[in-house]
Design a protein around this ligand. Structure first.
Ligand code: LLP
Length: 417
C-alpha cells in the first residue's frame, strides 16, 4: 500500500499533484510520502509486537536524516555499515543502544567511533575483525558488545549481486567457523558476546530461505548453549522483497508468522534490519522528458534523470514501473527511456510500453525509494537530485538539489599546474 495515486487523471503523492511539485522544485527529484513511510514502518514493527524486538532500519536503503529521524521517532533503530552511516544516524538522534553495525571491512577509525557512541552491537564478519574490535576496545578501555554474522549457506533465490548468505559470498562466517570464533571470543577480555546474526540477501520474494537460515541458526545456538555460550539477541537481517512489477512477496505479517512459528518461543530479543520493504514503494523519482527520438530500430524517450540518479536498471537490470504524471493518451508505444549519460547502459527502462509522451512531460519512476538516491553519484558531473518529503498537501525539501559548485567541493589545483 502506498500513497501515489491518480486522482482525476493526475498522479498525486498524498494530496499533492506531482506535476505541480515538479514545476516548483524542478527535476529530477526524489519524492517520498510521509504517510507511506510511517505506515510501512508501523506494519513491519507491529507484526512482531508480541515478542521483544528492535526494528533497525537499514540506512543504506535510504539515508536521509529526515527519514532516519522519522523511524527513530517511531521507536526504531538502525542497521549501519559505515562510519558515515553512524554519523547520519547520530545526527538523526538515533540513540547508540539502537544501532547495530554490520559490514566486512570496518576500519579502526570506524570501530573507535562506534565504540565511543556505545552502539548496541557489532555484527562481526571475520576472525580478524574480531581481533581488531577486541584490540580497539582494549585501547579505549571498554568492552564491545558483539554478535557473529553467520553465513548459513542458503540460497535466497534473488539477483546474484544482492545474495549474501551463500558460502561463495564474502559475508559472515560459516557455521563451523562461527563455533570456533565464539569459543575464541569467550576468551577475549574486551568483547562481550550478546548475539548471533545473519542476513541472506535482498529482495527475497519467498519465505523459505528466511526459515531455512533461522533453522540453521537455531541449531548453531543449541550447540553453543551446550558449551555455555548463550546469546540474548537474534538478528535476522533484512531482505524482504517488494512488488516492482509482478512479484508477489510475502506480507510482513506473513513473514512474522513464519519466523515466530520457527522460533518456538525462544527467549531472545529479535533484531530486524529491513530496508527496501519500508522505503521502496514510499518513493518515486520524478523526471522530465527532454526529447523524443525515433531511430530505424527504436523509439527513445530521453529524460533528465540518468543512471547516476537511479542505477538499479543499469546495474541489476531491475524493473521500475514508469508512468506519466498526466497521461495524455491510452495507446502504448514501445520505447526505451534513457538518460543523458554517455553510456549505453544509461537507461531507466527498455522496450517498455508507455502512453505517448513528448518533450516537457513529467514521468514518475515508481518504487524508487530504496537504493535510489542512496546509490546516486555525480557521474558525468551531474549534480545529485533534490529529495522531497510530502505530507498531506505540503512538501518539505529534505535535501537540496546539488549545485555545480558542490561538484568541485574539496578539489584543489596544485600550484605547479
Ligand atoms: N542488513 C544487511 C546486513 C544488509 O546487507 C542489507 C542490504 C540489509 C540489511 C537490508 O536489506 P533489504 O531489507 O533492503 O533487502 N542495492 C541493491 C540492494 C543491496 C542490499 C544490500 N544489503 C538493490 O538496489 O537492489
Amino acid at each position: 500500500m502506498h500513497h501515489f495515486e491518480y486522482k482525476q487523471g493526475e498522479l498525486y503523492c498524498e494530496n499533492l499533484p506531482l506535476d505541480q511539485l515538479a514545476q516548483q522544485v524542478g527535476t529530477p527529484c526524489y519524492v517520498y510520502s510521509y504517510a507511506t513511510l510511517h505506515h510501512h514502518f508501523k506494519v513491519f514493527d507491529e507484526a512482531f509486537r508480541d515478542v521483544p524486538h528492535l526494528t533497525c532500519f537499514s540506512v543504506k536503503a535510504s539515508s536521509n536524516i529526515a527519514i532516519l529521524k522519522l523511524f527513530g521517532s517511531l521507536g526504531g533503530g538502525v542497521d549501519i555499515v559505515s562510519g558515515g552511516e553512524l554519523f547520519r544516524a547520530r545526527k538523526a538522534g538515533i540513540p547508540g543502544d539502537r544501532i547495530v553495525y554490520s559490514g566486512v571491512g570496518k576500519t579502526c577509525e570506524e570501530i573507535d567511533y562506534a565504540l565511543r557512541e556505545n552502539i548496541l552491537l557489532f555484527n562481526i564478519e571475520s576472525p580478524q575483525e574480531l581481533e581488531a574490535i577486541n584490540e580497539r576496545a582494549s585501547h579505549l578501555g571498554c568492552k564491545a558488545r558483539i554478535a557473529l554474522r553467520v553465513n548459513p549457506d542458503v540460497d535466497p533465490r534473488t539477483h546474484p549481486y544482492i545474495s549474501t548468505g551463500m558460502k561463495k559470498n564474502k559475508f559472515g562466517i560459516d557455521i563451523e567457523g562461527a563455533i570456533t570464533e565464539y569459543r575464541r571470543a569467550k576468551t577475549l577480555s574486551n568483547v562481550e558476546i550478546i548475539g548471533i546474526d545473519c542476513h541472506v540477501g535482498s529482495q527475497l520474494t519467498e519465505i523459505s530461505p528466511f526459515v531455512d537460515a533461522l533453522r540453521r541458526l537455531r541449531m548453531l545456538m543449541e550447540r553453543l548453549e551446550a558449551e555455555g555460550i548463550v546469546v540474548q539477541y537474534l538478528d535476522l537481517g533484512g531482505g524482504l522483497g517488494i512488488t516492482y512489477d509482478q512479484e508477489a512477496p510475502p506480507h510482513p505479517r506473513e513473514y512474522a508468522r513464519a519466523i515466530l512459528q520457527e522460533l518456538h518461543g525462544l527467549p531472545c530479543t529479535l533484531i530486524f534490519e529491513p530496508g527496501r520493504v519500508i522505503v521502496g514503494n514510499a518513493g518515486v523519482l520524478l523526471t522530465r522528458v527532454l526529447y523524443t527520438k525515433q531511430t530505424p530500430s527504436k523509439n527513445f524517450v530521453i529524460v533528465d534523470a540518468a543512471m547516476n540518479d537511479l542505477i538499479r536498471p543499469s546495474l541489476y537490470g531491475s524493473y521500475h514501473h514508469i508512468q506519466p504524471v498526466r497521461p495524455m493518451g491510452e495507446e502504448a508505444q514501445m520505447v526505451d527511456v534513457v538518460g543523458p549519460i554517455c553510456e549505453s547502459s544509461d537507461f531507466l527502462a527498455r522496450d517498455r510500453g508507455l502512453p505517448p509522451v513528448q518533450a516537457g512531460d513529467c514521468l514518475a519512476v515508481m518504487s524508487a525509494g530504496a537504493y535510489g538516491f542512496s546509490m546516486s553519484s555525480n557521474y558525468n558531473s551531474r549534480p545529485r537530485a533534490a529529495e522531497i518529503l510530502v505530507k498531506g498537501e505540503r512538501f518539505y525539501t529534505i535535501r537540496e538539489r546539488e549545485r555545480w559548485e558542490d561538484l568541485i567541493k574539496g578539489e584543489a589545483i596544485p600550484g605547479f599546474v
